[in-house]
Design a protein around this ligand. Structure first.
Ligand SMILES: NC(=O)C1=CN([C@@H]2O[C@H](COP(=O)(O)OP(=O)(O)OC[C@H]3O[C@@H](n4cnc5c(N)ncnc54)[C@H](OP(=O)(O)O)[C@@H]3O)[C@@H](O)[C@H]2O)C=CC1
Ligand SMILES: O=C(O)CCC(=O)C(=O)O
Length: 478
């Protein structure tokens, strides 16, 4: 069984308790024993980031960008090793891991190139002897806190713009997926990133999280994770003595609407891919289907035909879906399945565990899910899909919006009027038309609405850089 102990020992140097990093597809496979960071270790890391800030901020932006471009190249060369580690540590299929690694090295290259064009603007002045212009500057030490489900790309889409902009970084990945991040730090080091610019801390969020976000040396916090933790961080950061910039990307309960004009084969494909791809553990996952009553029974038949062909197994095999990430999430999924059966919804597919050494579940579908029950309203983050019938487009849009989240939504339709009505009235940061709700491209900005995000700043795209820069306005007279 492959061990990553050497990688862990080299880059993760906490003094706290030991944590076993386990392969979710095989509970007996320990990838490494991780020494977690204590609050004191975190404080030391913050101090290192503070001490390095001036030097890194003064490094010319093109030089900073060149290091990221180089890191992107190195990651591309090691893409297969990154992908294998991702599958062993998080459980997603190798195909999905390779896709995530590709996105990650492209993100490094994208923001590396953007370093060459960080710019302010020049404005006309009412005074003929004055020139007005703006200068963009880094913020200082930024803290990046990330989840396990996209263990590499989410982290890189924060880290790359942060570094390009000239900030030093405190990096706090999810405790479940630290090895992959250790490998990223290794690549950055090989690419020439000076020590102390990026400071990895691997510690349980519930123990070291408050220390990170409340430290007055931390100028900004960018967090992706659950709405519950995000709201806690929002309150804590708001009560700090130092004004602190904050970006929050949170949970989702995304709906895909199947219109009466939809191509039903396409609709079934998009529904199954969106709901069960990545084991449903995606903030862009399709968790709810809203189906027009006129095509309900034909669509249901196509949906069941498609899901029967969905292959579950080890991520390293040729399958469509790997295991659930860990025991905690596995139990949570099972509780929701039991709850659904007792809450009046009808289980029409799956619902069982698969007897292997890891945390394997069948893709599961409930129909007759009303908007009052928890299956409809709460983020599950597992391979469980709820189906609800709508009498017309108006009711469908109301149902799509009838949750506290507003991350992603989708419509499958060939009716341009219905599509435009949907685009205008649905409250979500990303809307997909005839596409799966999952799958974001790095050059496009994204960020959720309602309780799916703080809607302060976008991530990805050129827009992501703005979060990591402040703008100074100069009035230069003569
Ligand atoms: N909007 C978006 O773009 C995305 C949102 N998500 C959301 O993330 C969630 C799944 O990820 P998950 O990792 O379970 O989410 P959590 O909110 O539990 O954790 C996210 C990160 O925050 C840390 N953390 C936990 N408690 C605290 C705290 N009190 N203070 C500071 N940091 C803390 C975690 O550390 P530790 O691992 O040690 O607990 C982890 O690094 C889902 O809700 C999903 O929707 C996921 C991807 C994208
Ligand atoms: O769907 C994607 O491409 C990525 C979305 C994401 O960040 C997530 O689901 O956690």
């Amino acid at each position: 069984m492959k061990s990553y102990q050497e990688l862990a020992d080299k880059w993760i140097k906490g003094n706290g308790e030991e944590y076993l990093d386990i392969n979710p597809a095989d509970k007996d496979h320990v990838l490494a024993k991780i020494k977690l960071y204590t609050k004191d270790n975190v404080k030391e890391a913050i101090n290192r980031a503070v001490a390095k800030f001036e030097e890194w901020a003064k490094t010319p932006a093109p030089k900073r960008g060149s290091i990221l471009l180089k890191a992107g190249e190195l990651m591309e060369q090691e893409a297969q090793e990154f992908a294998l580690l991702m599958t062993l540590e998080e459980g997603k299929t190798l195909k999905d891991s390779i896709f995530e690694v590709m996105r990650s090295y492209n993100l490094l290259k994208f923001y590396g190139a953007l370093a060459f064009k960080i710019s302010g603007k020049t404005l006309p002045s009412a005074d003929p002897n004055t020139r007005i212009f703006t200068l963009k500057e880094p913020l200082g030490v930024v803290a990046l806190i990330t989840p396990w489900n996209f263990p590499l790309s989410i982290l890189v889409w924060k880290l790359a713009p942060a570094l390009t902009a000239g900030n030093t970084v405190l990096l706090k990945p999810a405790t479940k997926t630290p090895l992959l991040v250790a490998k990223l730090v290794e690549v950055l080091s090989k690419a020439g990133l000076p020590e102390g610019v990026v400071n990895l801390v691997v510690g349980k969020g519930s123990e070291v999280g408050d220390t990170i976000v409340t430290d007055d040396s931390v100028a900004a916090v960018s967090f992706t994770g659950s709405t519950e933790v995000g709201q806690r961080i929002y309150r804590l950061v708001g009560s700090k003595k130092r004004m602190t910039r904050i970006q929050l990307e949170l949970g989702g309960k995304n709906a895909l609407y199947i219109d009466k004009s939809a191509d039903l084969t396409l609709a079934a494909e998009l529904a199954v891919r969106g709901a069960f791809g990545l084991t449903g553990q995606s903030c862009t996952a399709t968790s709810r289907l809203i189906v027009h009553k006129d095509i309900y029974s034909q669509f249901k038949q196509r949906l069941l035909e498609r899901v029967k062909k969905w292959r579950v197994g080890l991520g390293t095999e040729d399958v469509d879906m790997g295991p659930v990430v860990d025991e905690f999430q596995f139990k949570k999924d099972l509780e929701y399945i039991e709850y659904g059966k007792n809450a009046g919804a009808k289980l029409i597919y799956g619902g069982n565990t698969i007897s292997r050494k890891g945390y394997f579940l069948e893709p599961t579908i409930f129909e007759g899910v009303t908007s009052e029950i928890r299956l409809f309203k709460e983020e599950i983050f597992g391979p469980i899909l709820s189906v609800t019938e709508a009498k017309d487009l108006d009711e469908a849009i109301r149902l799509v919006n009838a949750v506290d989240y507003g991350h992603t939504a989708g419509i499958v339709s060939t009716d341009i009027k219905a599509i435009n009505e949907f685009l205008a009235r649905v409250e979500a940061g990303v809307i997909k038309v005839n596409k799966p709700t999952v799958g974001l491209e790095l050059q496009a900005p994204f960020g959720g609405f309602k309780n799916s995000g703080a809607t302060t700043w976008k991530e990805m795209g050129e827009e992501a850089l703005e979060f990591y820069l402040k703008e100074k306005t100069v009035y230069e007279g003569w």
